[in-house]
Design a protein around this ligand. Structure first.
Ligand SMILES: [Zn+2]
Length: 395
């Protein structure tokens, strides 16, 4: 069941920040809105921006996980002429009310530029399924109109904050309740916790209605026993490329089998993930032809082309998602937990790509943008591997 607003629970919150944490957990615990570390929220109160700390999970966020920053100082940073994005992001930390506090969300500046007391940012499946098409601008206009103007794709942080500010100032009307972030997600806002939360759900509802209107009937195959030997062979080959043993999870359902058998699989599966953050668990594209070494060559070329030497030792070229008509979906991960995370995320991606394809040609952010996100948000696998070797007593 979807987590729903509970007025008694909301009323029992002892402070505005407690209420902010409560409604953040509602959003965070709905996988159709955010998955595994995605999304962030904020509250503006008495000149202070309270924004979710980087790394805090929205589904479990508490008051203490919000970082307090000087709102006027953040806005002054953005107004400063000629400040490069990298330098600007470094100076966000200087705006913290408590210098020793944890790092605030990468989208802190985005939260700061919007005037509303409450702001929500999510990667809602339905919104991505509307917006992530070649004809995204027209689709968003039809689905959301002036309720949520479209912001072109920009890298998370200063560039996205500037773009949101420009679009909001140019296009927002008294009907505007949020913004659509192309190839990334959605923003909703309001003057109260309830209004902001309901505005997010209203935008998702508009997206669902648009998608229902354009839905196409899908014929699903009969489920049958997956070819696990084939999946294991791919897992072994991918482990050799990664340089460490990968855990695997096979999800053989009518939906994954139908997707893996689509005649246009090579086209729709090789665009990129619906939101860049997914790539850290799924990689930019799945393996679809069983040829791990060919995939690794292409993936390494993509990393070299987009990131140069920056990816060396940080991102390997092994697949994390494998699609195959013999077993449907097989996900790979540094351990069982992360193989499960990758599978869950890609099941959402299949749904988004399929629904996008019923009203347009599915698209994602560019490979350059996805690579940048892989580098910026990745790194959890190295931490897991270090932990495993520490526990095994290896140096
Ligand atoms: Zn995001």
């Amino acid at each position: 069941m979807k987590p729903a607003w509970n007025e008694a629970a909301a009323r029992s919150c002892g402070s505005a920040l407690a209420l902010r944490a409560y409604s953040s957990r509602l959003i965070g615990s709905d996988p159709a809105l955010v998955l595994h570390g995605g999304g962030n929220t904020s509250l503006k109160l008495d000149g202070t921006l309270h924004v979710k700390g980087s790394g805090a999970n929205l589904a479990e966020v508490r008051e203490g996980d919000f970082i307090a920053l000087d709102l006027a100082a953040l806005r002054a940073l953005l107004a400063e002429d000629g400040l490069a994005d990298g330098e600007l992001m470094r100076r966000v930390d200087d705006c913290k009310r408590m210098p020793g506090a944890a790092k605030p969300s990468v989208e802190t500046l985005l939260h700061a530029v919007l005037p509303h007391a409450f702001v929500e940012h999510a990667h809602a499946d339905a919104v991505l399924a509307v917006a992530n098409v070649a004809q995204g601008e027209a689709a968003c206009m039809a689905a959301f109109g002036e309720s949520a103007p479209l912001v072109p794709y920009r890298h998370s942080g200063a560039a996205l904050a500037r773009a949101c500010k420009a679009v909001f100032e140019r296009s927002a009307t008294d009907k505007t309740i949020g913004l659509i972030l192309a190839f990334h997600g959605v923003i909703a806002f309001g003057d109260t916790a309830r209004a902001s939360h309901d505005n997010l759900l209203r935008l998702v509802d508009m997206a669902e209605r648009y998608l229902r209107h354009h839905a196409k009937e899908q014929v699903l195959p009969e489920p049958r026993d997956p070819d696990l030997a084939a999946a294991s062979a791919v897992c072994a080959a991918a482990s050799a490329v990664a340089g460490f043993p990968l855990a695997m999870k096979v999800v053989s359902t009518p939906e994954t089998l139908a997707f893996a058998r689509r005649p246009d699989l090579a086209l729709i599966s090789q665009q990129g993930p619906p939101t860049p953050q997914h790539a850290i668990f799924t990689k930019r594209v799945p393996l679809i032809d069983g040829d791990v070494s060919g995939f690794a060559d292409r993936y390494q070329a993509y990393l070299d082309r987009t990131l140069g030497t920056a990816a060396a030792g940080r991102i390997d070229a092994a697949p994390r998602i494998v699609l195959d008509p013999r077993f449907g979906l097989c996900s790979l991960g540094v351990n069982e937990h992360y193989a499960g995370v990758a599978a869950e995320i890609y099941l959402h991606d299949i749904d988004i790509i399929t629904r996008a394809g019923s009203h347009g040609d599915y698209r994602s952010a560019s490979e350059q943008d996805i690579a940048r996100a892989e580098l910026a948000y990745g790194g959890f696998e190295r931490r897991v591997l270090e932990q495993i070797s520490r526990l095994a007593g290896k140096p």
